[in-house]
Design a protein around this ligand. Sequence first.
Ligand SMILES: NC(=O)c1ccc[n+]([C@@H]2O[C@H](COP(=O)([O-])OP(=O)(O)OC[C@H]3O[C@@H](n4cnc5c(N)ncnc54)[C@H](O)[C@@H]3O)[C@@H](O)[C@H]2O)c1
Ligand SMILES: [Zn+2]
Length: 381
Amino acid sequence: MSLKQDLADVFEVIPVSLADRSYLIHLCGASSSKTNKESLIKGFENALLAVLGELGRCSHVVIVADGSIAAPYAKPIQDKLQSAGTRASLLAIPSGEQSKSIAELARIWEFLLREKTDRASVMIAIGGGVIGDLAGFAAATYTRGIRFIQVPTTLLAMVDSSVGGKTGINLPTAKNMVGAFWQPTAVVINTQALDSLPDREFRSGLAEVVKYGVILDEEFFEYLESHAVAIGGRHPESIQHIIARSCQLKAEVVSKDEYETTGLRAILNYGHTFAHAIEADTKYGQLLHGEAVSIGMHLAAQTAVRRGMIDASIVDRQSTLLQRLGLPIYFEGLKPARLWELMQNDKKVENGKLAFILPTRIGHVERTRNVTFEEAFGVQT
Ligand SMILES: NC(=O)c1ccc[n+]([C@@H]2O[C@H](COP(=O)([O-])OP(=O)(O)OC[C@H]3O[C@@H](n4cnc5c(N)ncnc54)[C@H](O)[C@@H]3O)[C@@H](O)[C@H]2O)c1
Ligand SMILES: [Zn+2]
């Protein structure tokens, strides 16, 4: 089976250039005029098999999947692999952020050992960012690293977490505190998986999409403005376009600063310094990540106005788009002093100074230090 042949009709291929760690993102297209649902699913499964076939020596495949979607998405892949003569093991992980834990990581390691996983095995992670981060970290560490393929099933995972090689787990009091850079061998996205994704999760993923427009690409931002209704209604062509463009933009940034050493990769954290503090303050329960990012981007843009970097019309333009996409820009009970305190624990603090990513226009941001409390929140301590 030729990879090119198999992917020709239904996949767009986006390269992530990282020297000998380069890989491809295979995006299952949704040109609904040409392809029906069944052929898309078949195309996705065939493509995944073809991607595996291209990898060369593969003694065994181990699938780690989100428990709530293992039956519809992971089991058919396991069956297909087995009927094609490949030994395939499947481990379901309970859904939710709590699974990014030492206990679940240990459970995966034990499973890998029991299933006689070796360095010629390939892991496939099927699920949202939780599974990608957790399984990716297990792949990074088991026998000092086995190959893994990301099959993201949430919008956030498709446009963000599955690309770039950041893997890890949470400690009880610190999110994403233990991890590794471990690039996937490939990313295979099937946009059909979004059909079952709840609306709130879908909209949460859109916050990261808007982020790419603000930090890097005004034209893309304009596309989001002019297609907000189609995107909200999950129009297949629009969804495919926003996933493809987001992956391209993230891939470009990651290619230039894989290990976050030059500062460039930090621009992906636009809105996140505020968002992480909001998430911590609300105990990760009240808001989804993308909702916190949306509020965080609004606060960051307001900060940029107070520092004279942009005028208020940019804030309005951003908040109008976020709200049209069903995202919040404010939440009741926001406590500036408490957030400021939490922000000082951010991983991005260096020499006691917090780095802010602030816009200078739509399509461009800058890293800024020395932001005061008043500039950040518009009130005095
Ligand atoms: N590695 C990175 O670069 C990076 C970047 C951003 C976020 N993240 C991490 O990603 C995680 C958040 O990811 P997420 O938003 O995908 O959350 P998630 O993995 O918890 O998925 C959200 C919910 O959707 C469900 N789900 C998944 N796919 C589904 C589908 N197709 N249909 C129906 N339900 C489905 C899950 O069971 C879960 O309940 C966080 O832990 C965050 O730290 C990592
Ligand atoms: Zn994010």
